[in-house]
Design a protein around this ligand. Sequence first.
Ligand code: NAD
Length: 437
Amino acid sequence: MKKIAMIGVGYVGLVSGTGLADFGNEVICVDIDEQKIERLKQGIMPIYEPGLADLVKKNVEKGRLSFTTNLAEAIRESEVIFLAVPTPSAPNGEVDLSYIFNVVDSIAQNLNDYKIIVTKSTVEVGTNDRIRDHLLAKGVPKEKFDIVSNPEFLREGSAVGDFMRPDRVVIGSDSERAMEVMREIYRALYLIETPVVATNIRTAEMIKYASNAFLATKISFINEIANLCELVGADVQVVAKAMGLDGRIGKKFLHAGPGYGGSCFPKDTLALTKIAEKAGMRATIVEAVIAVNQRQKMRVVEKLLKYLPDLKNKNIGILGLAFKPNTDDVREAPALVVIAEILKRGGQIKAYDPEAMNEMRKHFPQITYVSASEDAAKGADALLILTEWNEFRNLDLKYFKTLMNQPILIDTRNIYTPEKVLGLGFVYDCIGRSIKN
Ligand code: NAD
């Protein structure tokens, strides 16, 4: 059992702090957001993540998990300090490390005994060395701390399962003492034979970027193929399925759609191009992945304009705002681009999402948010599906058609069978399946 401070109680910090508590450690989660901590103390989750509330409750009741805003005390009382604060893109595309170094400053001020500082946030390659240099420059003796890179690979929407049963755990450190402690912290995963990649710090940092960039590449690749399928009369669903049956390729992340979003892929791909630039090379593939993705979000708007060239005073229904199902996260979601473009052209929007409307309201307070799919369809000149939530997969389209002003359905997640929708009298479009309306 180790005493751990988890700094930053967001998607990663809350899930991994709770997960580490469930592995038997004593975890104190720290955030600067007082309201968030106050609500967590009352058992109210700040994010939507399936299975999280129960796991938090269980570990709080067992006395292994607690919440505070008192960073100094948490640092002093813990042997291991995890950093899970944001690392957003700076205006120049590089990683903004100010959150990280704010916390590192507090660690320097409150370091009362030997500590292991573990970076879980995704940080530019070389950051952990900078953290070490920073602490030394602040006068912290080198034998009083060790540095570990322990990047996180959980996916929002299935974060609890991903953390509790990961494909692998990556631990980068040059200290055997720190490695030993990390093994102890993750003992529960060793018992279920989770592969652990123990390596040096810079390799661990690089693994995170390489993994995310590769997944983003698969998405942009299949989106490019989808666009080509439309032009040559092929069906990307079947192409992707057949490709995925090849064990060398694998079927995951080959779903054509409106482009990737979320808090990680866009910023991490961009950061990787900047890391490459600083190191004196161009990450040509990753640059192309980013360009394809930006274009893909606009392709959704182009599809809409194909059927409604003048959006002025047109009513557009949107189903799905989150960047993917089972999350309330709208960061970099395709919906952000699509909504902005529709509004720019004078269109009116009624949107529905099972979990993400509060988040989207922060970006677009001026659009109408409704509480059911059919309300988004009422009076709509076109209906757009932007996120493949399960509840959108089986809409009563026959009924929806009676509600709409014009029966135009743009299914950017390919969740409907074209023949069926066309058979109901809809004008139907999707991604990568050449439709003859
Ligand atoms: P988030 O924005 O959801 O949460 C970050 C939290 O840190 C917020 O609650 C914020 O109030 C808090 N915070 C900011 N400054 C603080 C400080 N000085 N002291 C204490 N708390 C502070 O972020 P996230 O999505 O959890 O991402 C965190 C890191 O993990 C990022 O580097 C991200 O790239 C990485 N990551 C994210 C995911 C994901 O799916 N979200 C997956 C893997 C890795």
